[in-house]
Design a binder for this molecule. Sequence first.
Ligand code: 6PG
Length: 227
Amino acid sequence: MSPVDITVVADASEAARLVGERLAEQARAGGHVVLTGGSTPRLAYELAADLEPDWSRVEVWWGDERCVPPENEESNYGLTKRALLDRLVRQPLEIHRMRGELGPDAGAEEYENELDGVGVFDLVLLGLGPDGHVASLFPGFPALEIADRDAVGSAAGHEPFVDRITLTLPRLCSTGELLFLVAGEDKADAVARALAGEPSRDTPGSLARATEGATRAVLDRAAAARL
Ligand code: 6PG
């Protein structure tokens, strides 16, 4: 596996600034951008919208979704809408929302169809869970083993404990750039295992590497403490 290009900055807001700049750059360049959920990216999304309010050249996708309606506060789409989409002057060319309200299996099947014919992504943004999960690919869960689908349903392996829809590992990795954004001391172990350890199914993040280009990580000092 190719090494990860790691940038360590002082704190979470500086990490968000770098990722916000990268997202804005991709919005200008166009292409297919895959966004992540969780709480860490919110500031990066806000900054990206401020830096580039015209996203009309990109199509936006998600790496995973919680099986809740879009207006639910746990929705990854909802987070992105509030932090990014609602701030834009021009909306993305296409917004490919995972419909969590359909449930894990029907929602994944619909997304699989939506992805039909879509080639390599340009940028995939990922967070990292304290257990080493990426998107909704949790250690020891069957979804991590699936290689012949683009999107699958899964139970939750981490809070919030609602079912999930997730891209599979090969589909997430089919990208010109895979970018981790991770902050906080509770992530330090997972960061060391995912970015500097041997590839292992116990740490899904250690298996997430761009197959068509670079894998990068922007970390704050606390998350990088055990590297
Ligand atoms: C989700 C995610 C998930 C997330 C990590 C980190 O839906 O929960 O996409 O993979 O990126 O759990 O989340 P935090 O940024 O909240 O720690």
